[in-house]
Design a protein around this ligand. Structure first.
Ligand SMILES: C[S@@+](CC[C@H](N)C(=O)[O-])C[C@H]1O[C@@H](n2cnc3c(N)ncnc32)[C@H](O)[C@@H]1O
Length: 211
């Protein structure tokens, strides 16, 4: 695929991700209330790779402030185990008045080793986990993700495959998560691998027994 076609696909995928987030967050009263409250926000994007989604997520979560454009400060931390992808992300997303970006190379199964991370995040986002590639690692990653949530914080995941999405929800439940809402995105882009679609599903989860 040539570069300009790739860029075009990416732009369309990001537009769909933004629209999907707008739809699904409306089904979560606590999150919607928090988003429109205008406070600062901390977002952790785990296993973010080159983090194509960073700008879209920062715009989405940063734009809810109704008071003034520069009122909400978003701290965005992206983390992935692959150094080259993290370096790419750091070169592309440098932050602005409303968003501070930080990209770390690290193992999400060992989040506790990253002492410089804030103690809690309002949103932990995991886009396109690859559960098939090592279920026990993802059990640990989801466990750490839930541990990092603020009391009313949300874990938001998206998945490429129907079955993998259901498996991820099961794993998160076993690790102490509770499903708030899950939605299939019928508009998602089909990829060459059978059954694989960009952001085919999205789900919002919370820690069991939180609001
Ligand atoms: C399918 S890719 C998704 C990347 C990106 N979120 C996206 O949607 O394009 C899965 C990512 O998980 C990362 N990953 C796998 N195990 C990890 C771990 N233990 N810690 C951090 N990242 C990990 C991989 O390096 C890869 O970038």
């Amino acid at each position: 695929m040539d570069r300009s076609t790739n860029q075009q696909y990416l732009a369309e995928d990001m537009q769909r991700l933004d629209e999907m987030l707008a739809r699904v967050t409306k089904s979560d009263e606590t999150l919607s209330r928090y988003l429109t409250s205008g406070g600062d926000m901390q977002l952790l994007n785990l296993a973010c790779g080159a983090c194509n989604e960073a700008g879209t997520l920062a715009n989405f979560f940063g734009r809810f402030n109704k008071k003034s454009a520069d009122n909400r400060k978003l701290k965005f931390v992206g983390l992935d185990i692959r150094a080259r992808e993290i370096a790419d992300a750091a070169a592309r997303f440098r932050g602005n008045l409303n968003a501070e970006f930080e990209f770390l190379r690290g193992d999400a199964t060992k989040l506790h080793d990253h002492q410089q991370l804030p103690s809690e995040f309002d949103v932990v986002f995991v886009r396109h986990q690859n559960l098939w590639n090592g279920k026990s690692d993802w059990e640990k990653i989801y466990h750490k993700a839930l541990e990092k949530l603020s009391p009313n914080g949300r874990l938001i995941i998206t998945s490429y495959f129907d079955r993998e999405h259901q498996q991820a929800l099961e794993v998160i439940k076993e690790q102490g998560g509770e499903l708030v809402v899950t939605e299939a995105n019928e508009m998602s882009r089909e990829l060459p691998t059978p059954g694989k679609f960009v952001d085919r599903h999205v789900a919002i989860l919370k820690r069991q027994s939180s609001l």
